[in-house]
Design a binder for this molecule. Sequence first.
Ligand SMILES: Nc1ncnc2c1ncn2[C@@H]1O[C@H](COP(=O)(O)OP(=O)(O)OP(=O)(O)O)[C@@H](O)[C@H]1O
Length: 463
Amino acid sequence: MDGTGDREPLVEVENVSKLFDTTQGVVDTILGREPRPVRAVDDVSFTIERGDIVGIAGESGCGKTTLGKLLVKLYEPTEGTIRFDGEEITGMSSQAESEFRKRVQMIFQDPFESLNPRMSVFDTVAEPLKINGIVDDYQDRRERVSRVLNDVGLAPAEVYLDAFPDELSGGERQRVAIARALVVDPEFVVCDEPVSMLDVSIRAGVLNLMKELQDEYDLTYLFISHDLSLIRYMCDRSGIMYLGDMVEQGPTDDVIDDPKHPYTEALFDAVPDVELGEDRRRANATGEVPSPRDPPPGCRYNPRCAHVIPPDDWTGSQEAFRRAHQFRLKLRRGDLDAGTLADGSAEGGEPERELVEQGLTLDVPEEFQTQTEIESGGHRVSLRELDLPANVRDALFGAAGTVLDGDPGAAADGLEDVLGTVCEHEHPDPRPADSRLVSCHLYDGDGSGPNTNPPVDAMATED
Ligand SMILES: Nc1ncnc2c1ncn2[C@@H]1O[C@H](COP(=O)(O)OP(=O)(O)OP(=O)(O)O)[C@@H](O)[C@H]1O
């Protein structure tokens, strides 16, 4: 999917964005500000080669479904170009569009919603043939529908043809949805969480069927799923999305076994280890996914990133920089002020120190916290535990003083000189790293691996 293969590209996505709610809403009008659209898919590029099974993974809301709908022309891109078999799919003539609609299909997550309860299985599966004017004769349609029903395992077809959705199990309904997609003999099928609504016990059967159908029908698939085991099982190549960005793409095994982007790493870290019987773990990532209406500047992932990059002249550890970066983000969000200090410390103690020690904490699982952090329930670190350069320490105390004077915004701005990071200043374009493309400043783009600034060891160190 990163275009390194030597087969023919079937789908080419170039700098595609999809923005929702681009007009000024009531709140925008009242506040007199520009509209803030949802950046559901933002400047995404990739290629799908003919015959591939490509996966798109990422947490809920990262833009997977929107991307899938763009590829089958259920949405038009706000910016960018999508080509199918060499032809742009925006601005097609109506004849070209109707041809395209036969060649491309989408299977949705919920077979309970995607099937019309008032239509029989025959009518449901035959409908695309009628709409696309493919088979006019009723008897021929009946035969074609029966053949496809047999192919998807609904055999003998006669048992199913006149049944209605509410007479079928979830697995049977999804097979009907698959049959409806395949009846027009498409080349490319987008499958959006195709088994997530099905009982776990029947998922493998449906996925194996979809693999068999790929050979039989000569299909190219795009699988959208938050289920990484499904992606590993089904997909040759995969892309990982975060807040509308495609942060990493390449051969699935490489992406999963040796993730390059810190988000991919955190995503896979959070997957429970089935063999060890662990519960779902929280990864070494701070905070929650921000709103796609207001994505962070630079790399979208920088506020949560374990490997955020210090400035060139940073002399402390990367761990200390990550914490100082968090201190600044907390100031910007207004999460750190005199009100957050323990009772009495604002008068008697050392309020600046207390603010700094609070601000340097990380909202991460205990295994990534310092001893003091663990002992204090995540409320403070000891400055002795961190390799923080003296000038930065002074700057943080100065910022804490400005906060106590009531101006956290100015305090955050004042730290730019010592804490400015490329991760916030520049959005990383996709760049080669081993077998894949990664949108991360850690990689220098010549495919040779992580940048040496900061040192790789520092990036990997957590205490
Ligand atoms: N029609 C729409 N109008 C406005 N916002 C939308 C629309 N469709 C999606 N969004 C927003 O765009 C972002 C991406 O949504 P999308 O459904 O593509 O994500 P997803 O990764 O498929 O999530 P999920 O796994 O939960 O389906 C979300 O913030 C969502 O709220």
